[in-house]
Design a protein around this ligand. Sequence first.
Ligand code: NA7
Length: 530
Amino acid sequence: MSNTPYDIVIVGAGFAGMYLLHRARGLGLTARVLEAGTDVGGTWYWNRYPGARVDIESMQYSYQFDEDLQQEWEWTEKYSPQPELLKYARHVADRHDLRRDIQFNTRVAAARYDEGQAVWTLEAEDGSTVQGRFYVMATGCLSVPNDPNLPGKDTFAGPTYVTGRWPHEGVDFTGKRVAVIGTGSSAIQSIPLIAETAAQVTVFQRTANYSIPAHNAPLDKAYEAKIKARYPQFRAEAKKTGPGFHAVFETDSVLDATPQERERRYRERWQQGGLGFLGCFADHMMTQEGNDYAANFLRDRIRSIVDDPETAEKLCPTNLIGAKRFCVDTNYYATYNRPNVALVDIRANPIEQVSANAVHAGGEAYGADILVMATGFDAMTGALLAVDIQGVGGARLQERWAEGPSSYLGLAIKDFPNLFTVTGPGSPSVFTNMLPHIEQHVDWIADCIGYMESRNYRRIEADADAEDQWWDHVQEVGAVGLKATVDSWYIGANIEGKARGMMPYLGGFPQYCEKCETVAAEGYAGFKLA
Ligand code: NA7
């Protein structure tokens, strides 16, 4: 690596890092992207498990900064599969000639701010260093896999695969006995496909999840043409919705509806499929009673699909619908009707140990040749804390966030000057359509740096009071309704020992964007510029 300070050093070559590099060049700044993988794509580079697929329609989960690109690119399916998303990322890298400023195979271990020089020095695991005046963590919200310590896991004789680190050459399950740990989105997407070729699939479920059919299909050409005819307006409308994507979000209360009207709307949304399901009323997340209506409807769907009543009951979630990430599937529940698929409730029968060729739970040994860990991620903070980031006055992010994160707008942290985080804790991030949010954050960061360059400012730092107030607001909004009452990775509950607290901002994407715009318009209110 070179020791000449770049204007901006960016960690991560996913959609955020790629777009920020493009914006940096547009500002006439030098930028270097450091990426642990061997290619661009981030999430879609790492998550190659069978069935990996975006759960927002591809016409909406795509870049909008390049109008020609969004007009020219043709998605083949309503919800793109991982290989197509990776192809898209590679296409964008080629189209904008990004790779020449991206250093692959480089995992950053530490970053230190030198106050006198006003530069950040990033150190990679191989000891090489690179410096930049600005430093941006574009490392994603779900990028560090959760690797639970199952007793005896290391004694397992067969291969263990982690959904978030899937081998590039794929996995052949033909004739194998496969044990899948976890029933979140990654498991729900992959189990139906694994079951098609495996001899036996045993699913170890700790918490049943709600899932809604994707009704995925080839992309309707007439629909595509209709959107492309007014793409910028279509995107602008999406930004006005709470989660930043098009769906019909009704504003009336589930409590005021007649039973017939509730049933009618639930059935209609079930037929439509996808994440818009809960948008059929405004307040599912406000009361237990309102939540129960939707939950009962989905539990009835599960019972109607799954033949074996005992398995169906185990698959019926008992927690609040919408508190954990809602899943979108293709044939998930029906897969349990296959003779080669079995479900083990490990809440009732905890895993005792893994041995050479079995997973032992509730006194039974379930034979396995392959172990699939679909156990999720150290969400929101995992990738940020994987780097030993040292700011000014001895501030260390790992210590600062030991009791939970705090940030100004999910963009900046006091005592860490010239460091920005893309979709960091305190921003709406995972509660929104990630790609438009990434673009909003990157634009904000690039505009801010452009503003500083034009006025000769060399240093920006979140003001302590502004950060505290924002974080209090994030917690206050996060406590409204029922979302925070259920253990989820949104509140850090999936990682043993992790501090609890609502990490994404629940106040809505439009409200958040307005706040960011006001901050910028007021000369970066809440930041100290020097
Ligand atoms: P998730 O949604 O966090 O799911 C992880 C699953 O693994 C979930 O069912 C967990 O059960 C289970 N898990 C985690 N740790 C353990 C242990 N120790 N033992 C047994 N089971 C465990 O991750 P995904 O990768 O599926 O999805 C992440 C996001 O990617 C998703 O929300 C979409 O946005 C795309 P738990 O519920 O914690 O009881």
